[in-house]
Design a protein around this ligand. Structure first.
Ligand code: HEC
Length: 274
């Protein structure tokens, strides 16, 4: 952040500076250690927040929790308070900024900052129905039992689309990053319609589990579309659970049509041909 402020001050003045001085600034800028730029976006490691900095906890009721598939009550901190602690970078518009939620196992979900502040989200830390000793009740994830420990993002408004308002569990980190940076390596450099549509769908529904060029989550494998004869790929994408028992990959039958799955494949083929 500091760098950006200094740059704002320097650049307007440099307009009436001799070229040699401008050149010095350019050299200075180039000498700055570049890796620092990629880590400058604000982040919060939830387990490292000192107790006295934690917001006041409230109790929230979730009419139908998508993980437990039932009514739930949690003790939770308002998401807004964490976003306030993080301080959104002012130079980026709320639409272009992503809030990224990273779980212990590498699962990354994200949402636009403008969505995040438009609704009340809560970072839950205890299931009210769990025993005094345990903070959480177990649920089945893939073939195994697990719990949302240590943190779980929940949204009491039942109307919200769970793909725009994600419910990541085992949450350990919240960070900000401009969407263009976050998706840079996955961005297709073409205006072909299906490829562009496929990219949008892939970032909305798939990238939280599958990475492309190392962008995204690691719950699912990097998708290789190398074998064009793989004729079940479309059916698989639409309804993985009908192919693999206990898969962590959800069914998309209710959200995607064949033409959407084809667009995703067009995007993946494009990316892998580069
Ligand atoms: C919640 C995580 C999750 C999401 C979201 C998800 N997947 Fe998967 N996917 C997996 C896992 C895990 C596997 C590995 C299958 C298994 O063993 O269960 C997989 C496997 C696959 C495979 C087969 C892998 C291969 O190359 O052999 C394809 C293709 C695939 N996913 C495509 C998609 C697409 C396209 C989307 C988005 C529409 C998507 N997945 C969303 C978790 C996910």
């Amino acid at each position: 952040m500091k760098n950006a402020k200094i740059a704002e001050k320097i650049i307007p003045q440099s307009a009436d500076m001799p070229n040699s001085i401008k050149f010095c600034f350019v050299i200075l800028f180039l000498l700055c250690p570049l890796p620092a730029l990629s880590t400058q976006w604000p982040e919060i490691k939830l387990l490292k927040i000192p107790k006295y900095e934690l917001p006041v906890a409230v109790q929230v009721t979730i009419a139908k929790d998508p993980v437990y598939k039932t009514r739930k009550k949690y003790l939770a901190y308002p998401l807004d308070e964490f976003l306030g602690l993080l301080k959104p970078p002012k130079q980026i518009g709320p639409e272009e900024l992503l809030v990224i939620f990273t779980a212990e196992d590498g699962y990354q979900s994200f949402m636009s900052y403008s969505d995040a502040i438009s609704e009340s989200g809560y970072i839950a830390f205890k299931d009210v129905a769990a025993s005094a000793k345990n903070h959480w009740q177990p649920f089945k994830f893939g073939a195994k039992m697990t719990t949302p420990e240590p943190y779980y993002l929940v949204w009491p408004n039942p109307e919200l689309d769970k793909w725009l308002f994600p419910w990541p569990f085992k949450l350990t980190r919240i960070s900000f990053e401009p969407a263009v940076d976050f998706f840079a390596a996955a961005l297709p450099k073409t205006d072909q319609k299906p490829v562009q549509q496929g990219f949008e769908l892939f970032t909305q529904y798939c990238i939280r589990c599958h990475s492309v060029n190392n962008v995204g989550g690691k719950i699912g494998p990097e998708i290789l579309v190398s074998d064009p004869r793989n004729k079940y790929l479309v059916e698989f994408i639409l309804d993985a659970p009908s192919f693999i028992k206990d898969t962590k990959m959800p069914s998309f039958k209710d959200r995607l049509e064949t033409k959407n799955a084809l667009a995703i494949l067009a995007y993946l083929k494009y990316i892998h041909s580069k």
